[in-house]
Design a binder for this molecule. Structure first.
Ligand code: AMP
Length: 558
């Protein structure tokens, strides 16, 4: 099969119109400098300060940059060039950060994947971005990602390399540990890479977000937009050279990378500590040892931290100034618990891979921190609320949030049909139903998108339904969120079986695993019914199903 010529990354995403680009540049949000240049600016001020910690590994700024530059030049020697796309699917570790910086220095564009992603998702994304390399660990828990990557690479002509982190790198694959050895002559390596930095408006990386057919949607974030967001978030969070950020959520998510996350912290001259998991048993001793000042979590994990603190009241968490909560709505009783139980401020975060970031501020009164998800980080973030017909919602009333601004790209990557709806007129339609208070703070009240938010991981219902419909026994299927004390929501599948057929939860889960979808997308309950309720326009009535499952769960608990 003839290979399709590789397209420039920029050509796949609708650009910000010139007048907006000019405005954002004039305002100083976009400064035309790559993330690598910004990282070096921070590193040059304190080359010998430790900036990245993972277990026993402690890298200074100079060491991190020497390793990243070494890897960048070795990637170049392998044939990778600026604007090539790679899939970066590593668990949380210092190598994840160093490989990201290597890509940013060379101008190679990483797609930030999750260790939980499986064959269908990675293969679809790799084909969509015309990836030239896959970067994976040897294995995660019970799954061999190296074997998966090898299979995908064998099927896709354009994938020239599988890069592997771990101790059982198969012949023919590239060893990431060796790749990340420091450049032999760091100054010379730096000079070579400095000669051709990516432009500010070049795509720096891709974030992945749920798609409906096993094909995640991709958000192309530029050096200008992503860097601005991370730096502005760091400023608002008062992150500076004395700050220690604990990265405990999967680094493939934008939140721990840029809200301010690892990148915002490093650019501000602070230190990032990498945790393999956010479990309090592991995180608390790390906070004490590394004197962590800030971390970001999802509500389900915050609840676990609060509960765990009762059994472990003595680990020294006194360095912690704030915990950010984002990805899903934090129940109000939890918001109030953070400060008394963990001894630090709560910061609510409402953000999305697609751009917009709202934060409560460190000096906001409790009332704002408890009851709102904060306000946009930039005065040029524009927020508009519309009703079901797309008409402006009355002042003060909730509506579906549309947004645009200096770090909210104008569309998904190579998705013209989708963008006509998701980014009509240049406004990103969040699908979130929010209220904007007179003080400018946003309150997320619900959503009008058919997505299940399982502890911060978003799963489009249609993705589950598509697989369920392929089972011979299934006549109709509808996935909905069921309330869950731990994760906020879990996935429940309603199904109507064909007469004479049996369908079990295992059938559905096995089918999804066989197709190659991430485990967090598998439904955790199946309800077989004779008919699915429909609305008066004939659509499946998901509202009725959500209330049905909530009632069933309440009745079982009673
Ligand atoms: P993602 O792109 O995976 O980060 O998901 C973004 C979506 O997560 C948003 O559009 C919201 O639906 C949801 N979300 C993020 N933060 C919050 C929050 N603080 N409260 C409620 N929903 C949130």
């Amino acid at each position: 099969m003839a290979e399709t010529p590789r397209q420039p990354t920029r050509s796949g995403t609708p650009p910000w119109p010139d007048e907006f680009a000019a405005r954002y540049t004039a305002a100083g949000y976009w400064d035309g400098r790559s993330l690598g240049e910004h990282l070096y600016a921070a590193a040059d001020l304190r080359p010998d300060t430790v900036c990245l910690v993972d277990g026993d590994v402690r890298l200074t700024f100079a060491q991190l940059m020497a390793r990243a530059d070494g890897a960048a030049l070795r990637l170049r020697a392998l044939g990778l060039r600026a604007d090539d796309r790679v899939i970066l699917q590593l668990a949380n570790c210092w190598e994840f950060v160093a490989m990201t910086v290597a890509c940013l220095r060379l101008g190679v564009v990483p797609v930030m994947a999750l260790p939980a992603n499986r064959r269908q998702e990675i293969a679809a994304v790799a084909a969509h971005v015309q990836a030239v390399a896959l970067i994976v660990p040897t294995s995660t828990r019970d799954f061999d990602l190296q074997a998966m990557a090898a299979e995908i690479a064998a099927e896709q002509d354009g994938i020239a390399h599988v890069l592997v982190l771990g101790d059982k790198v198969l012949p023919g694959h590239v060893d990431v540990t060796a790749l990340l050895a420091p450049a032999e002559d760091p100054a010379a390596a730096r000079a070579r890479l400095d000669a051709t930095p990516p432009a500010g408006q070049d795509v720096a990386l891709f974030l992945m977000t749920g798609g409906t057919t096993g094909m995640p949607k991709l958000v192309a974030r530029t050096h200008d937009d992503f860097g601005f967001m991370a730096r502005r978030a760091a400023e608002i969070c008062q992150v500076g050279p004395g700050s220690v950020y604990l990265a405990a959520l999967p680094l493939g998510h934008g939140f721990p990378m840029s809200g301010p996350g690892v990148l915002g912290t490093l650019m501000a001259g602070g230190r990032a500590v990498i945790a393999a998991t956010p479990a309090p048993e592991r995180a608390f001793p790390l906070i004490a040892r590394e004197r962590v000042t800030l971390t970001s979590l999802v509500p389900a994990i915050i609840q676990r931290w609060l509960e765990y603190r009762e059994s472990d009241p003595d680990t020294d968490l006194s360095s912690l100034l704030a915990i950010q909560s984002g990805g899903a709505r934090l129940p109000e009783h939890v918001t109030r618990g953070v400060e008394p139980v963990l001894g630090c401020r709560l910061q609510q975060v409402y953000g999305m891979s697609e751009g917009l970031l709202c934060l409560t501020r460190p000096d906001d009164p409790d009332e704002v921190v408890w009851h709102t998800q904060g306000r946009p980080i930039c005065v040029d973030d524009e927020l508009v609320l519309v009703d079901e017909d797309g008409e402006p919602a009355p002042a003060g009333a909730p509506g579906v949030l549309l947004t645009r601004g200096p770090y909210t790209p104008r569309g998904y990557y190579r998705a013209e049909g989708l963008n006509a709806h998701s980014h009509a007129g240049g406004w990103y339609r969040t699908g979130d139903i929010v209220r904007i208070r007179p003080d400018g703070n946003v309150v997320v009240e619900g959503r009008d998108k058919d997505v299940i938010n399982r502890g911060g991981e978003k799963i489009p219902a249609e993705e589950i339904e598509n697989v369920a419909h392929q089972l011979p026994g299934v006549r109709m299927a509808a996935a909905v969120a069921m309330p869950d004390a731990e994760l906020g929501e879990r996935i429940c599948l309603y199904a109507v079986a064909h007469t004479g057929h049996q369908v079990t939860l295992d059938d559905v889960r096995n089918a999804m695993e066989t197709v190659g979808l991430a485990r967090f997308k598998l439904p955790e309950r199946l309800v077989l019914v004779g008919e699915l309720p429909v609305t008066n326009v004939g659509k499946i009535d998901k509202k009725a199903l959500r209330s049905d499952i909530a009632q069933r769960i309440a009745a079982e608990a009673a």
